[in-house]
Write a protein that binds this ligand. Sequence first.
Ligand code: NAP
Length: 290
Amino acid sequence: MTAELMIGTELAAEMVANAATRAGRLRAETGVQPCLATVLVGDDPASATYVRMKQNRCRKAGIESRSVVLPAATTTAELVAELAKLSNDPSVHGILLQHPVPGQIDERAAFEAIDPGKDVDGVTMHAFAAMAFGEPGFRSCTPGGILRLLQAYDVPLSGAHAVVIGRSPILGKPAGMLLLASDATVTYTHSRTVGLPDIVRTADIVVAAVGKPNFVRGEWLKPGAVVVDAGYNEGNVGDVHFAEATAVARLVTPVPGGVGPMTIALLLEQTVDAAQAQSETAVQPVAGLA
Ligand code: NAP
């Protein structure tokens, strides 16, 4: 079997074009230009590249991008104060804290300083709870992007057995929660899981979110499985052994060009959603007093 590829690039381009149209309409109708603030702590080159990519995409989609760069020695209190300031700034509609942050910072405390209404990267406990309860709200961008990709390729989710490899709060856990909300039967696996290959062999859908190159082997996969590779390792290598997986699976995401573009597209879409929601709830000037 040679798997069909689940390409994220085209779907993501459509989502970005749609976000750009909506951003233009919002600006024309209300004067509000959607604005995403990115916060980068320190000078990790990979993080700086990710932030730059997100800023460029924003600009192309007519979304203002505001950049905050803080020194590597920033304390939790300083970062929390900066995020609180952005949360209270009415000209900022979405906030993205690039992670990981330096080790001295309490990352959870920093995430929770983001106003849930501006949490367009889906990292707060509020967003996590909405995903867990199956309620509307901002999705963690990578898991949300994965779900959109599976839906676009008409992958049946209801009753399917999905095995998620990885349980990080921004990727593995919410990916499983969103699959569960779509009526999949979900098994979470992680570094302490015993007999991982045998568990993966029972999966109709595999989501690999491990951070280890070529970790999932072809012989672990059930013939005809759907394989989502969320991993991104140095040298454009995913967490799934691509050549082996395409020989066994029915659908596989490539790296790059699979999950990655969907992540950024959802970030932009959710930034426009946030700007729209905030423009609707903004206090309107009282006629005659403005
Ligand atoms: P993470 O926080 O390091 O989490 C990795 C997870 O993998 C952990 O839950 C860990 O288990 C599990 N794991 C480690 N070794 C394992 C093993 N031998 N067997 C089974 N599970 C194992 O990483 P992350 O932030 O979730 O990212 C995962 C991957 O996705 C990385 O390659 C990252 O670059 C990529 N990523 C891509 C995007 C995108 O836009 N495409 C966005 C974010 C991340 P424990 O919990 O037990 O430690």
